[in-house]
Design a protein around this ligand. Structure first.
Ligand SMILES: [Cu+2]
Length: 205
């Protein structure tokens, strides 16, 4: 083998070695980054997502006493920190008796929700925000409850409700409102018994 042939063999090789070292350096930096993220959050998170839900009144929808969550079949990523905002135009259906438990927040990051009064005449206005772990049962309008995920969000009358959840494994999870806001059967009929109104499915994928 002559000198230049040796050079031809070794040169690319040393370049490969250089690239490998660079890639390794990058991988080390990435791993260090993962370590920081893993320390900050006990559950591994792929990133961030947003979900916007609106609760429309029967008047807005032209239905016969059927308020609805829109959309009722949302999809958000699995293994993600998701910010959820519920804009509710509806008024209160006070929770009573055993149902008062649904005035308590469950399953959000930090165990709380942020509540802002909705100015219907100026719906984009920024109003004072309160961070709470429960609502007065008298002021609850609907709930967004995903039993299998341990999530219960009491939604205040005519308000914007904001919270974060850490999603887990992919799947399709039933959600429902646990505030009897429907017609008939003690308020458990109508919208409460209708998919696409006060019940639906949350998909994590
Ligand atoms: Cu409801």
């Amino acid at each position: 083998m002559n000198e230049s042939a040796v050079e031809a063999l070794t040169k690319p090789q040393s370049r490969r070695a250089f690239l490998a070292a660079g890639a390794l350096g990058g991988a080390t930096a990435l791993l260090a980054g993962c370590g920081v993220a893993a320390t900050a959050s006990p559950t591994q998170s792929r990133g961030n997502a947003s979900l916007y839900l609106t609760i429309a009144t029967p008047d807005m929808l032209g239905t016969d006493d059927m308020p609805a969550y829109l959309p009722a079949f949302p999809t958000i990523p699995a293994h993600t920190r998701a910010r959820v905002e519920i804009v509710n135009f509806d008024d209160a259906t006070p929770l009573t008796g055993a149902l008062e438990q649904f005035a308590k927040v469950k399953g959000t990051v930090g165990g709380s929700i942020q509540v802002e009064a909705l100015d219907e005449k100026n719906p984009n206005a920024i109003t004072a925000s309160q961070t709470v772990t429960a609502l007065d049962p008298q002021n609850v309008s609907h709930t967004f409850t995903v039993a299998k995920l341990g999530i219960n969000i009491p939604v205040a009358a005519k308000a914007r409700t904001i919270f974060e959840i850490q999603t887990g494994a992919p799947g399709v999870y039933d959600w429902r409102c646990n505030d009897p806001c429907g017609q008939g059967n003690g308020g458990w009929g109508g919208a409460m018994a209708a998919a696409g109104y006060m019940m639906g499915k949350l998909t994590l994928e």
